[in-house]
Design a protein around this ligand. Sequence first.
Ligand code: ZN
Ligand code: ZN
Length: 137
Amino acid sequence: MNDLEGGCLCGKVRYTSSSKPLTTVACHCTDCRKQSGTAFSIIIGISSDSLTISGDSLRSFDDIGSSGKPIHRFFCNACGSPLYSQVEAAPDVVFLKAGSLDNTDWVEVTAEIWCDSKVSWSQLEIGLKQFPRSPRE
Ligand SMILES: [Zn+2]
Ligand SMILES: [Zn+2]
């Protein structure tokens, strides 16, 4: 099985990618918190042209990132699962929601981003690289 294969809770949207995982981070930004419904979002950067989607219930909500450019947050319109985000400020990369993968055993978080907006009631293991905001800023 391909590591980068997954889908939403109801199964109507499926995806696969031929990319290698480029980065795996926990994002503490307030928008990821709202969208995920929990303390942070674990996201895996992959090359955007490697992603293949199937299913017709994929929708996106257009958020605005700190760059002022849109972030398209894709989710399944039937079950509400968040699946991935496309950041217009970084068009070569797409950020998969790690929890939507079929197999998550291999996932290893290497850094935390947007630590400036981290909640106090949820901690990850100590020693991860920490960025106050986006690593690009
Ligand atoms: Zn679904
Ligand atoms: Zn975020």
